[in-house]
Write a new protein. Structure first.
Length: 97
């Protein structure tokens, strides 16, 4: 399973309905599970992003489908990053000339 970090910012609609944010997080986790994705952690943050979540997904296409489904709800805008563990990065570096 690949690791992903999703950075989220509330839209106008999302901030108007901020009291539902934990409920929406549960719904997002359930939707992810149906796609074979595990939401590992979620944090509400102060600063450039409103929410940060980590996921494990089988591949980029599946994670992209989740990001699109979450964004289509209209409450957040997402930026998704593929993250590599130390072990994964070591394997990648082993392929560098």
């Amino acid at each position: 399973m690949a690791t992903y970090i999703m950075l989220l910012n509330w839209t106008d609609q999302g901030i108007r309905n901020v009291k539902d944010t934990t409920k929406r997080a549960t719904q997002a986790s359930e939707a992810a599970a149906k796609m074979g994705i595990k939401m590992k952690e979620i944090y509400w943050t102060v600063g450039q992003y409103d929410v940060v979540a980590t996921y494990e997904a089988p591949d980029d296409a599946t994670m992209t489908a989740l990001a699109l489904a979450v964004g289509a709800q209209g409450n957040v805008r997402t930026t998704t990053l593929r993250a590599f563990s130390k072990e994964e990065m070591s394997k990648i570096l082993g392929k560098v000339g």
